[in-house]
Structures are given as structure tokens and as C-alpha cells.
Design a protein around this ligand. Structure first.
Ligand SMILES: Cc1ncc(COP(=O)(O)O)c(C=O)c1O
Ligand SMILES: N[C@@H](CCOP(=O)(O)O)C(=O)O
Length: 421
């Protein structure tokens, strides 16, 4: 990794060893005074910085199952608004591992979080910050999972929650969650990126506290995915994974995992050579990050028209691209686009090993298959695929990918006859 950029001296604005730094111009800000999501001077993305960076010994609670707050030494607080979250399984998938022909394949299933996706890890920190800075209303744009998580954590904190969703493009389970947790749901006649434009406008006008991944505190919670993978994999396999393959939408996870690894390298806990290669997967119908990597561009170009069965990653303007593109490049990773057919096939592959995921999550395994086929990922690699959301999030996609129920009469003999057919 060329430039870790984490070694700046603690600025005067720091609060208890925590501050915000602009990744573009380096300006620093007090973390909890005033509300800002981007740099006042240049509009660049902000990153949370710490005077003390942790080593693995600082993660001292008893078990991985303790989840996000096991990693409080890497976070701005000792506790958050918690349901609780994290501590997700790292599944073995022996048949898929064999079929794909890699030395080791494990599945980090973030669908096992309280609202069924990794977003909970970000919200436990983000909603805690909302409490600290004292806001009346939380808001997000969402392809579904962010809204489900924000609604639940907003309800937990007893804060008003507003979610803006692209009309007709959000899976049923996610709308049901936002609805029952009591969020006000606005269905926008436009795609996710337009919803986020509007939420940013609302936030700039002081109408709501934005809790998309543009909010740097969200990514602090999501860092714990990377910390957990390293600890779990090392405990069970005796080494760190060579590569982490993950679906990419707004590119928050790619940015968050990269930051987790940079901080560990900076503290001396992780050797640079042990940092896993971050490998992003997008749906072919919404792949601006893949385009930027393939073309060698410094930044992405926004895609106005996006379409995919994986509605969670139907995103044409990934806001975290300035943090995530270096994450992919500096770790020696890559990015690949997969078709909807490849995504559905991977969803079936995972389900066949008992791991139920939504389409966007299956993109990681589809991407691994494609890169393995192309020889980019080699047979001797130890790989973790991140599956980001639970199968029940999108029951329609699951039913369409699965088998049809077979009608039978209510007689045992008739059932046996049917089975014998
Ligand atoms: C299920 C699921 N997978 C993957 C993603 C992409 O994650 P990121 O936006 O962090 O790239 C999202 C949302 O963006 C999601 O909801
Ligand atoms: N897939 C996301 C899109 C928004 O991502 P965020 O991480 O910026 O909140 C969703 O579930 O809405």
C-alpha cells in the first residue's frame, strides 16, 4: 500500500483523540461540533481519524460473537445504539470450494445481522453519533437495506426516521421492515442516485441527519467486518485470507475494509504483505467502479441508467469511489462485472450449501467464479466471499430462482404416487 495517510499529528480540533480529516485537502474538523458529511473547503470525503490505533490485543472482549462493540478500541465510542450486531458466521462451503477450485473458500454471511444486512454495523455507530450531536430527524436514500437498518436503529433510539426509496425498485422484505419499524417512507420517481441527491439536499438544508455511507461514522462500524474476517479466518485457518471478494454498490464496504486494514498496518498489528486483495463485484447493468478500474481512471463516471436483478446494488454513482478505488488498487485487487444470470446461478450455489442470500450478495460468488475462470484468481488462493444480505430480504427473487411448489391431494397414497412419478 503506497501511502497510508494515517500518520498526521493530533490536531487541536480533536475530541478525546478523535477527529475528521478530508481525504482530498487534509483539512481537519472537530468530530461532534456542527454537522458535516464532506469537507467545508473542497467538498472532499471525510474520514474519522484516531490518535491511537489498535492492535489485535486491544480487541479484548471474550468472543467474536460479541460483535461490533468488541472492536470499541477501533471506534469513536465504547458503545452504541445496539440491537446487537456483528459476530456473523464464516461458513464453510466445501462443495462450492471444490467446484470453484480455490485452496480455501469461506463465506462471511452478513445477512445474519439483526435486520438481515451489514448495514446494522454502520447504524449502531451512526445513530449513536446522531444522538451525540442532537438531531431531530434521521434520513437516508436506499435501495432497501439501509432503510431497513436505519428504521430499526432509529426506532431503538426513539428518533424520527425518513427514508427515500426508488419507486418499484426495492425488494418486498426491505419495505416491510422500514414500514413496521415506523419510518416515513417516500417513494421517489427516480433511481437510488437521485434519492441520494435529494437526501443530501435535505441534510444541507438542516432538515435531517444523513445516514448513508457518505457519513464517515457509518464506515467506522462497517470496518468491523474486516476486523472480524481477519480474526476469524486466522483463528481457524492459521493465516489471513489472500483475497476478499465483495459486492459493490455505493462502495462503502470497500472503503471501510481498506481503512480497517490500513489502521492495523499503521499500528503494526498487520504486515502489509498480509492485507487481503480487495476484489469488487458489480452487476453488469450498473458497473461504474468496474469501468473506472478497467479504464485506469482516477474517478468514476456516473451511470444515469442502471438495471439489475440485484436491486441492492442498482447504483450508478458510488459516492465512496474516491476511498474505494485506492482500496482496490493499493491492495492489488481488481473489479469485475457479472450478469444477472451469473448472479442467480451463484444464489442457487450458495443456497445448495444452506446459505441463503439475496441476489446482490451472490454477486461476490459469481465474481469469484468469473475471475477464477479467467485465471485472475489462482487455484492456490484462500478466499473469503462477503454475502451482504439475507435471502428473505427479496422473497420474489428467491422464489423465482428456486423450485415451484407441487400441488398434491390431501391423501398419503396420493402423495406417495406423486413422489413416485
Ligand atoms: C445487500 C447489499 N449488498 C451489497 C451492497 C453494496 O455495498 P456498498 O454500498 O458498501 O458497496 C448493498 C448496498 O449498497 C447491499 O444492500
Ligand atoms: N444498498 C444500499 C445503498 C445505499 O448505501 P449506503 O451504504 O450508502 O447507505 C441500501 O441498502 O440502500
Amino acid at each position: 500500500m503506497a501511502d497510508l495517510q494515517l500518520d498526521e499529528p493530533e490536531p487541536e480540533v480533536a475530541d478525546d483523540g478523535v477527529w475528521l480529516t478530508c481525504i482530498e485537502c487534509g483539512e481537519t474538523f472537530a468530530p461532534f461540533e456542527g454537522i458535516r458529511y464532506t469537507c467545508d473547503s473542497c467538498g472532499g470525503l471525510l474520514e474519522v481519524r484516531y490518535a491511537d490505533l489498535p492492535t489485535f490485543e486491544d480487541f479484548d472482549s471474550a468472543a467474536i460473537a460479541d460483535g461490533v462493540w468488541r472492536y470499541d478500541a477501533a471506534l469513536p465510542f465504547e458503545e452504541g445504539v445496539s440491537l446487537p450486531e456483528g459476530g456473523t458466521p464464516l461458513h464453510d462451503v466445501p462443495r462450492l470450494e471444490d467446484d470453484l477450485g480455490v485452496e480455501r473458500l469461506r463465506i462471511k454471511h452478513e445477512g445474519m445481522n439483526p435486520t438481515g444486512s451489514f448495514k446494522d454495523r454502520g447504524m449502531t455507530v451512526g445513530v449513536r453519533v446522531a444522538e451525540k450531536v442532537g438531531v431531530d430527524r434521521l434520513a437516508c436514500a436506499s435501495t432497501g437495506n439501509t432503510s431497513a437498518a436505519l428504521s430499526a436503529y432509529g426506532a431503538r433510539a426513539d428518533l424520527e426516521t425518513l427514508v427515500l426509496l426508488p419507486a418499484g425498485k426495492v425488494a418486498a422484505g426491505k419495505i416491510a421492515q422500514a414500514s413496521l419499524h415506523g419510518a416515513r417512507i417516500l417513494e421517489v420517481d427516480g433511481n437510488f442516485d437521485r434519492c441520494l441527491d435529494i437526501v443530501q439536499d435535505l441534510a444541507d438544508r438542516g432538515e435531517a441527519y444523513l445516514l448513508n455511507s457518505l457519513n464517515p461514522f457509518r464506515l467506522e462500524g462497517q470496518k468491523t467486518i474486516g476486523l472480524e474476517i481477519l480474526e476469524q479466518f486466522h483463528a481457524e485457518e492459521g493465516a489471513y485470507p489472500d483475497r476478499i471478494v465483495l459486492p459493490v454498490g455505493n462502495a462503502g464496504n470497500t472503503a471501510a475494509l481498506y481503512k480497517a486494514f490500513r489502521e492495523l498496518v499503521e499500528s503494526g498489528a498487520l504486515d502489509e504483505s498480509d492485507v487481503p486483495k480487495l476484489t469488487g463485484v458489480q452487476a453488469a447493468g450498473s458497473a461504474p467502479m468496474v469501468e473506472a478500474i478497467e479504464e485506469g481512471w482516477e474517478g468514476i463516471e456516473r451511470w444515469e441508467d442502471v438495471e439489475t436483478i440485484a436491486t441492492a446494488i442498482r447504483i450508478g454513482n458510488p459516492v465512496n469511489a474516491p476511498k474505494a478505488l485506492p482500496g482496490i488498487r493499493e491492495t492489488g485487487g481488481t473489479a469485475v462485472a457479472v450478469s444477472d444470470e451469473e448472479i442467480t446461478a451463484a444464489q442457487r450455489d450458495l443456497a445448495g450449501e444452506g446459505v441463503g442470500v439475496e441476489p446482490a450478495s451472490a454477486a461476490s460468488v459469481a465474481g469469484l467464479r468469473k475471475l477464477r475462470h479467467e485465471g485472475v484468481i489462482e487455484a492456490d488462493e484462500q478466499v473469503v466471499c462477503l454475502t451482504t444480505g439475507h435471502l428473505l430480504k427479496d422473497p420474489d427473487a428467491a422464489a423465482a430462482a428456486g423450485s415451484e411448489p407441487e400441488p398434491v391431494p390431501d391423501e398419503t397414497d396420493a402423495v406417495l404416487d406423486h413422489l413416485a412419478e
